[in-house]
Design a protein around this ligand. Structure first.
Ligand SMILES: Nc1ncnc2c1ncn2[C@@H]1O[C@H](COP(=O)(O)O)[C@@H](O)[C@H]1OP(=O)(O)O
Ligand SMILES: [Mg+2]
Length: 503
């Protein structure tokens, strides 16, 4: 964010990986942008834009802003939105955002896309400026209708986790468009390239959404938190969007309704400050902007922003009742989180065991989240079924794949209510070592296609399970035969073949 203070050291140009950031290319496009500015120095006249854009001035400011005073205005600036993508050379994901909030609501926005057309070749105008004002409209782009009979959903490409993915999946996308930058994603919306922008995370800040919200809402779209509540922008509001972000051009409520309760519980809407409520009251009394008032009334939400762990305990799942953590734990930061967990008023875990010196350190947060959702520890666990979040099965697989060694035993109900779990299971079995050394499937299996997949598994180059069970002798012998033939016939390594026969 910009600061008016001049006591900080002179800002330096960002350091970029040289393979990605092409300084010469950048200098050619923006000769002024890499020079360091000493804040104590007077800004050179050449940096100040004095020209006025006739097109902007040709519009008349709507009457609703006639009585707005300076103290009602907060300006939110993101000088570089899509930072991660910028460092990776995805230049068209980058925008500069300037949002103008009046009485805590996004009213005006500028989305400047400095690298727009950067790959279009010489002659193409570089960069573009999209702006909008509620009550007037949005300008600087061509509005398109998104493709019918599809549901294209855009979301983060660099700040994802299972909650983000789950929320997107629950909106039934026909395609997921993962791009960077809140500004960029709203451009995709207004240009009809996607139907919705769903971000179930608290990572996005007010400066990421203020300008995009104003531009989107000025053409009749909506940008709210995941609960469908307004995001507020008065000066004392918390900076992060603790309610997540959901943006659409139309059918907003349909998307709000798709977000599962388990996810909604993790997000908290903004609440208006007293100052804001008073100001709204004043506005209402003056009848200057009745639409603003109706939007805020009744949407007070909760002022509590619970720590991550509390969120899980507030879920409807039973929590585990005993807890065992290696000491010293290789990931020190696990302690405060666990303490928080134990200090909660909910029943404690019945069994939770974390492998010491886990080869994948990042498994710890995931692991912690996981038993809280699934009730049991990963070394022996079962999933409630039908699970209220169907895609937990893919998350589970992900988890099993990432957290080597894999659990030595796991079981799945049969018939499984989510039949696609079988392919996921097979994927898991085919994945990285070691595979589970025991698994069982009901026979006759209600999903016949599981048999070829099992054969595939047995034919794979991974060590096979040391035992598995099939109900009929014939099927068992057939499988052994397939396995035997494949290991002797297909293996280029006779020793490997022998080793497999020996199992
Ligand atoms: N975990 C996070 N930490 C910091 N900023 C985040 C995080 N998640 C999202 N953002 C900000 O929200 C915007 C939208 O997220 P995303 O690009 O991943 O879809 C990003 O441009 C990023 O702003 P910024 O790029 O300005 O740092
Ligand atoms: Mg940003």
């Amino acid at each position: 964010m910009f600061s008016s203070s001049s006591s900080s050291p002179s800002p330096q140009p960002p350091s970029m990986p040289s393979a990605i950031f092409n300084k010469k290319f950048h200098e050619r496009l923006f000769p002024w942008s890499l020079k360091s500015l000493d804040p104590a120095e007077k800004i050179p006249d050449s940096y100040i834009v004095t020209e006025v854009t006739e097109d902007v001035l040709s519009h008349t400011c709507p009457d609703i802003y006639k009585n707005v005073t300076d103290d009602q205005i907060v300006i939110w600036v993101d000088p570089l939105d899509g930072t991660a993508e910028f460092t990776q050379g995805l230049l068209d994901h980058v925008t500069v955002l300037i949002g103008v909030a009046v009485n805590g609501e996004a009213k005006g926005g500028i989305i400047y896309q400095p690298y727009y057309n950067y790959q279009a070749g010489q002659g193409a105008p570089l960069g573009r400026c999209i702006w909008g004002l509620i009550g007037l409209g949005s300008f600087g782009f061509t509005r398109e209708v998104p493709p019918p009979n599809q549901n294209l959903i855009t979301t983060t490409r660099s700040h994802s986790d299972w909650v983000v993915t789950e929320a997107v999946n629950s909106c039934e996308p026909t395609e997921i468009v993962r791009v960077g930058g809140a500004g960029h994603k709203v451009l995709l919306l207004i240009e009809g390239k996607v139907h919705a922008y769903v971000f179930a995370s608290k990572g996005c800040k007010k400066w990421d959404t203020c300008a995009p919200e104003a531009v989107l809402c000025a053409i009749g779209g909506s940008l709210t938190d995941l609960l469908g509540k307004p995001i507020l922008y008065h000066s004392s509001v918390q900076r992060r969007n603790a309610g997540g972000v959901l943006a659409t051009v139309q059918n907003h409520q349909w998307y709000v309704d798709r977000i599962p309760q388990e996810i909604r519980e993790n997000f908290v809407s903004d609440i208006p400050s007293d100052e804001m409520l008073q100001s709204k009251q004043q506005v209402a009394e003056d009848s200057v902007d009745s639409a603003v008032t109706s939007r805020v009334q009744g949407d007070l939400g909760s002022s509590v922003d619970p720590p991550e762990f509390d969120k899980f305990f507030q879920s409807t799942q039973p929590s585990p009742s005993s807890l065992c953590v290696p000491n010293p734990h290789p990931v020190p930061s696990v302690y405060p989180t666990l303490t928080q967990f134990l200090q909660s008023t909910q029943p404690s875990p019945s069994s939770l065991c974390v492998p010491n010196i886990h080869p994948v350190p990042s498994v710890y947060p995931t692991l912690t989240q996981f038993p809280l959702c699934t009730q049991h520890s990963p070394s022996s666990f079962s999933l409630p079924y039908p699970h209220p979040i169907p895609s937990v099965y893919s998350t589970l697989t992900h988890f099993l794949q990432s957290s080597q060694p894999s659990p030595s035993f796991f079981s799945l109900p049969n018939p499984h209510p989510v039949s696609s779990v079988y392919s996921t299971l097979t994927q898991f079995l085919l994945s990285t070592l070691p595979s589970p050394n025991f698994f069982s499937l009901l026979n006759p299996h209600p999903v016949p296609s599981v048999y070829p997949t099992l054969t595939q598994f047995l034919q794979s180059t991974q060590p096979s399970p040391s035992s598995f069970c099939l109900p009929t002798l014939t099927q068992f012998l057939l499988s052994i035969q397939t396995f035997y033939l494949s290991s002797t016939h297909c293996s280029a390594d006779p020793e490997k073949g022998l080793a497999r026969q020996g199992k």
